[in-house]
Design a protein around this ligand. Structure first.
Ligand code: SF4
Length: 356
């Protein structure tokens, strides 16, 4: 029998992932059979879990490049010292560089090069020496070196239907896979006709128009608030984008100074959302009495980004706002607690932050 170490449990989970997933599936099927799962509404959320790695063991591309540059500089210095030693006996005596030190530096530089090549090959932005899948993650002030575990929770008894371990730094792009995974779990062993329509609740961190549309096309109703965007102008105390009025007929904005901002350039895509740029004329802005309130000191013209089509405040497609509000209030109680606070779920303590 192998001795227990700090990663015995982690190894067990890793080596038996398929069996553990199968056991989880059997458990969910049993709960469904016992009528403990509604199967009509699930909450999706991500929780940070610590990995088997410290923050120092994870390097970003920028850090690796800086380390490589420093190592190469040291190697050049050592080589120069060795050359001086070859040419001059006194310098040879003074030099403290050994062949072993040089070989160590060259090996470390080579490792950095290989790590950078790996980042380029995989398209990742970080690499961990001790836990290859762990990443430095940060969300709402919480910092963790590990994983972003996505879970889908049924609303009847807050049972976790399915989960997925990711190392994504945020929740964008997770809505459709998790909703689909939950639906497959609910469909398991049933005919498609027996399946009920599924509603999926998630926070604003999941909102992209493409994911909302993808859910709708799969017959899944997403309830996801559209994130509030406070632009740099508003944060700096200047006129916010909300004060610019969009004219759908003319496809242009009217600024508080009464001037028009016209579409400009090609549409752009960020986080799966298509944006279009509208901008004012520099010649008009330079003589505008509102210039100081609208533009930064060196600004020439104003630009507004508009997502296409403009997101609704909530995405619960086709449902009244009262229902959307009621459903969204349920989200916080649904998603977070089963993962972060299992004892609360068991009735031992209050559900944090939910008032339940
Ligand atoms: S500075 Fe330009 S965009 Fe801003 S209010 Fe004046 S004219 Fe409109």
């Amino acid at each position: 029998m192998r001795p227990k170490t700090y990663h015995t449990i982690a190894d067990f989970r890793k080596n038996n992932a398929a069996a553990l997933k199968a056991a989880n599936r059997e458990f969910v099927l049993l709960c469904r059979e016992l009528g403990l799962i509604s199967g009509t509404r699930v909450g999706v959320d991500g929780s940070f879990f610590h990995g088997n790695a410290s923050a120092a063991s994870v390097k970003t591309k920028k850090q690796l490049e800086a380390e490589l540059a420093a190592l190469e500089q040291d190697i050049d210095g050592y080589l120069a010292a060795l050359e001086r030693g070859d040419a001059d006996a006194a310098a040879a005596e003074a030099t403290t560089v050994s062949a072993q030190q040089l070989a160590d530096l060259q090996a470390r530089a080579q490792r950095r090069r290989e790590q950078l090549e790996e980042l380029a090959r995989t398209g990742e932005t970080q690499i961990s020496r001790t836990d290859p899948d762990a990443r430095r993650l940060s969300k709402n002030g919480q910092k963790v070196t590990g994983y972003n575990v996505q879970s889908a929770v049924d609303d009847q008894h807050h049972l976790i239907l399915t989960h997925e371990v990711t190392n994504a730094g945020n929740d964008l792009g997770q809505l459709v896979p998790m909703a689909e995974q939950a639906r497959q779990m609910l469909l398991d062993g049933q005919t498609t006709e027996a399946a009920q329509p599924l509603e999926v609740l998630a926070d604003a961190g999941y909102f992209t128009e493409s994911d909302i549309a993808a859910c709708a096309s799969r017959g899944i109703v997403p309830y996801v608030p559209v994130p509030e965007k406070t632009g740099a102008a508003e944060r700096a105390g200047r006129l916010s984008a909300r004060e610019f009025v969009y004219d759908a007929e003319q496809d242009r904005y009217r600024c508080p100074g009464g001037e028009a901002l016209h579409p400009y350039g090609q549409p752009d895509t960020r986080n799966g959302v298509n944006y279009r740029r509208y901008r004012s004329r520099a010649s008009v802005c330079q003589s505008c009495p509102l210039k100081a309130q609208c533009l930064p000191p060196a600004g020439k013209r104003r630009e507004i980004l508009r997502s296409e089509p403009r997101p609704r405040r909530w995405s619960g497609i086709g449902n009244g706002w009262r229902r959307r509000r009621r459903v969204m209030r349920q989200r916080a109680a649904l998603c977070v607690t089963p993962v972060r606070n299992p004892e609360a779920l068991a009735g031992v303590g209050p559900l944090p932050g939910t008032g339940v």
